[in-house]
Every structure is written in structure tokens, then in C-alpha cells.
Ligand binder design. Structure first.
Ligand code: GDP
Ligand code: IMO
Ligand code: MG
Length: 422
């Protein structure tokens, strides 16, 4: 399979978890390289639903090795809970999961600051997952963060945490929020440190050994292209590079060792949280929500929904270098008579075929649509390309062509078996 970077080509929740689980069959190692437990990756196997937040979705195949790389921000308590949850479901998490010693920690003051900043922003809030992601990456960039290597070094951790709690309590007081108890936080996080210690290694060296052995590595992106801190709809973004480059900086594997980039996109568009979504449409949102679909895997919030936006996905192909596409949730469109696809934006007389960087301009942009006839047939039982209705095939070919990459996978249901290789 070679080394593959998998990214979300939209605003997150494209179905990356499902596609990772499918592709893991061919891989040896699966690595998360950015984000934290703001991610929620869903995998359905034989009637059981798993939602992964920090642990790579490859963990559901017991013979593969999973790595949480240096670019991830890790809430140790949340990671312990996730591992415990997997073990309860009889998933093997022993010798097949490694955690980078240089991954930064998310601590309770990050979560509290995340919440307080959102409250202060009022109607201009980002709509974060309140998992402390922004403040944790903020500390990393400011060079004031604590890392996994500190957590598993009790003396050092105590000193550093004491200082950080003192400093952040001053800030929390200024927000009018309750200060944190050093003792409580220290006890809880030290316990998590002891639990996680056996997983902690130098993942950069380990991954390079895997490359030398000729292992096939799958890099599991979290969030999506338009939540990227550089290429997304700033400031309505997350705090990491969710695009392909993040896989290199977040793992230590250099660009020339990467063989292909797979972009995952839904057959329509969703977004959770605030910020522009040019093709947003209430009818399609109501339809999907009525089907019990499109509720956030991490926060349970209803996702905003809209038509497929080919301006966005074409831009995603450009910044990620997407070679192949996996299109998911095709079955979500099964009942529609007509399906719209955004092929350009218009602001007054000006037309755009890329995403404008100025968020105010983007918010003003109106989509220019092309229309496709719906197939009005259930697709969830299709297993081969030719099982799909001709109109569905035509739609998929068109959105792949507009996106500018090869259509490789079509997904027509959440299950492993509901996957068509093209
Ligand atoms: P991720 O964050 O990109 O991994 O995506 P999420 O797991 O947050 O959201 C994707 C949702 O779509 C999950 O509930 C998946 O089980 C579901 N899903 C993925 N592919 C398909 C598909 O082809 N059809 C249907 N019906 N559901 C899908
Ligand atoms: P996966 O990996 C969808 C969104 C939040 C908010 C913005 C910033 O499951 O695709 P943050 O908590 O990161 O500071 O929030 O980013 N967001 C996601 N949206 N899927 C995700 O992850 C997301 N992770 C963050 O809703 O708009
Ligand atoms: Mg998700």
C-alpha cells in the first residue's frame, strides 16, 4: 500500500475513521499526527459502533500497530478513559499502541480557558469542542507547554505543573472563573501518567525503523482542510495543520517518504461549529437530521449541512496534493430528486473558483450551482461499482472530476463491507 496520508477534504467528519479502518487492512502502522480529542472518528464493525478520539482508528485490527505522534495534543486522563473503554469492548490495547514522548499535554486549565474564551467572545464564538485544544497548542507555540516526557517524570512534572497552575489561576480569576486545585489536578494526572508510562516511546525513531523495515504506514488525519490553522476559514478553525504537511511535522517522517495522499469527502457538505459554510441548506440539514444522521461524534451537536462544494474540495486537492478520493455517505442522497453541486462562488459580479482568504468576503459569497438528477434508489447494499445506479455513478464521477483527483473508494454505509473500491 506504501505510505499514505489520509486527510479530510472538507470541514471534518468526512468519514475518515471508517476509511482508515478499511485501509488499515493493507497497512502495518497507523499514526495520528495532529489534533487531540476534539476529533471523533466513528467505525462500525459487525453492529458494534466505536468512536475514537485520540487512539488511531487502526486499533480495531489487532495485528496492526498504532502510534500517537508528536504533533498530537494529548489529554492524559481522556486517553486513559479511551484505552479503558476499548479494553472493556475486548479490543487489544497492549503492545500495539505507542505514545510520543514529545506530544504536548492538554491540562484542565486549557479546557477551562477554552470555555472562558468562548464565553467572552459571545456571538463571535468559534464553537470549539471545549477540549482545550487552542490553549494547548498556544502553550506549545509559546514554548510554555508540558509534554508527555514531563508527565512520566514525577519530580519534574510536579514542579512544572505547580507553576502552570499558579500562572493560569491568575488568568482564570481575571475571567471570573474558579481557580484549579493543584493537589487535585496533580493527583489525577500523576495517576494517568503512571497508567500511560508503558506506552511512551520515542515515536520518531520507532517510525523511522518501521520505514526502514518497509512497513506500510497510514497517517490518519483529524479534522479537515478548512479547519486547518493556515488554510482554513480562520479564525473559525482548529489550532493544528490538518492538511497533508501536518503528517510530516507531526510524525517526523519526511515528505519524500510519503507515497500518496487520499482525500476523504462526503457526497455533500457538513460543518460543526461556527464560521462560513457557503452551500449551507436548511432542507438538506432537516432531511439528514430526520434520518438520525449528522450529529457530532464528540459533542453530539447537530452538524450544519449543505450541498457538495466543489470549489472547496478542489482547493483541498491543491493544498494537500490529493491523489485519490474516498467519497462517503453517498446513501444520504438516495431520496433526492435533484442534487446540487457548487461549482463557483459569486460576490456581486465577481466570480471565484477558489476559496477567498478574506473571511468577510467568503461569508458574502453565493454559490453557483450545477444540478444533477438524483438516482432515487437505495444504495446501501451495493458492493461493486456496477451495483450503483447509473445516475449515482455519474454524480460521483462528476464530483471527483470537479475536485481534480481520482475516485478510488465509494462508501454507501457506515459498515466495513459497505465500501466499493473503484
Ligand atoms: P470522521 O471524523 O471523519 O471520522 O467522521 P465521523 O465519524 O465524525 O462522522 C462520519 C459519520 O458518517 C459517522 O457516523 C460514520 O459512521 C458515518 N459514515 C461514514 N461513511 C458512511 C457512509 O458511507 N454512509 C453512512 N450512512 N454513514 C457513513
Ligand atoms: P474530526 O477529526 C469536525 C471544529 C469545532 C470548531 C473548530 C475549533 O472528527 O473530523 P477546537 O475544539 O478544535 O478548538 O474547535 O473545529 N472541530 C471539528 N469539526 N470534526 C472534527 O474532528 C473537529 N475538531 C474540531 O467544531 O468549529
Ligand atoms: Mg468526526
Amino acid at each position: 500500500m506504501a505510505n499514505t496520508i489520509l486527510v479530510g477534504a472538507q470541514w471534518g467528519d468526512e468519514g475518515k475513521g471508517k476509511i482508515i479502518d478499511v485501509l488499515t487492512e493493507q497497512a502495518d502502522v497507523v499514526v495520528r499526527t495532529q489534533g487531540g480529542n476534539n476529533a471523533g472518528h466513528t467505525v462500525h464493525i459487525g453492529g458494534q459502533k466505536y468512536v475514537l478520539h485520540l487512539v488511531p482508528s487502526g486499533i480495531l485490527r489487532s495485528k496492526k500497530t498504532c502510534v500517537i505522534g508528536n504533533g498530537v495534543v494529548v489529554d492524559p486522563v481522556s486517553l486513559v478513559q479511551e484505552i479503558e473503554g476499548l479494553r472493556k469492548l475486548k479490543i487489544k490495547v497492549d503492545g500495539n499502541l505507542f505514545l510520543s514522548e514529545t506530544a504536548h499535554l492538554v491540562l484542565p486549565y486549557h479546557r477551562e480557558l477554552d470555555a472562558q474564551r468562548e464565553i467572552l467572545k459571545g456571538k463571535n464564538k468559534i464553537g470549539t469542542t471545549k477540549r482545550g485544544i487552542g490553549p494547548a497548542y498556544g502553550d506549545k507555540a509559546a514554548r510554555t507547554g508540558l509534554r508527555v516526557v514531563d508527565l512520566v517524570n514525577p519530580e519534574r512534572f510536579k514542579k512544572q505543573l505547580e507553576f502552570k497552575i499558579k500562572e493560569n489561576n491568575e488568568i482564570l480569576k481575571a475571567f471570573g472563573a474558579k481557580p484549579l486545585s493543584f493537589k487535585k489536578v496533580h493527583n489525577t494526572y500523576r495517576a494517568a501518567g503512571d497508567y500511560l508510562k508503558p506506552f511512551v516511546i520515542n515515536t520518531v525513531v520507532w517510525l523511522h525503523e518501521a520505514v526502514r523495515r518497509g512497513d506500510d504506514i497510514l497517517f490518519e488525519g483529524a479534522q479537515g482542510t478548512f479547519l486547518d490553522i493556515d488554510y482554513g476559514t480562520y479564525p473559525f478553525v482548529t489550532s493544528s495543520n490538518t492538511t497533508a504537511g501536518g503528517a510530516c511535522t507531526g510524525s517526523g517522517i519526511p515528505p519524500h517518504r510519503m507515497d500518496r495522499v487520499v482525500g476523504v469527502m462526503k457526497a455533500y457538505t457538513t460543518r460543526v461549529g461556527e464560521g462560513p459554510l457557503p452551500t449551507e441548506n436548511a432542507e438538506i440539514a432537516d432531511m439528514l437530521h430526520a434520518m438520525g444522521r449528522e450529529f457530532g461524534a464528540t459533542t453530539g451537536r447537530p452538524r450544519r449541512c449543505g450541498w457538495f462544494d466543489a470549489v472547496a474540495t478542489r482547493h483541498a486537492t491543491m493544498v494537500n496534493g490529493i491523489d485519490e478520493l474516498a467519497v462517503t455517505n453517498i446513501d444520504g442522497l438516495d431520496t433526492l430528486e435533484t442534487i446540487k453541486v457548487c461549482i463557483a462562488y459569486r460576490d456581486g459580479s465577481k466570480r471565484y473558483d477558489y476559496i477567498p482568504s478574506d473571511i468577510e468576503l467568503l461569508s458574502r459569497c453565493q454559490p453557483v450551482y450545477a444540478e444533477f438528477p438524483g438516482w432515487r434508489t437505495e444504495t446501501h447494499k451495493a458492493r461493486k461499482w456496477k451495483d450503483l445506479p447509473p445516475k449515482a455513478r455519474a454524480y460521483l464521477k462528476a464530483i471527483a472530476e470537479l475536485t481534480g483527483a481520482d475516485l478510488a473508494i465509494a462508501s454507501i454505509g457506515p459498515g466495513r463491507e459497505q465500501t466499493i473500491f473503484i
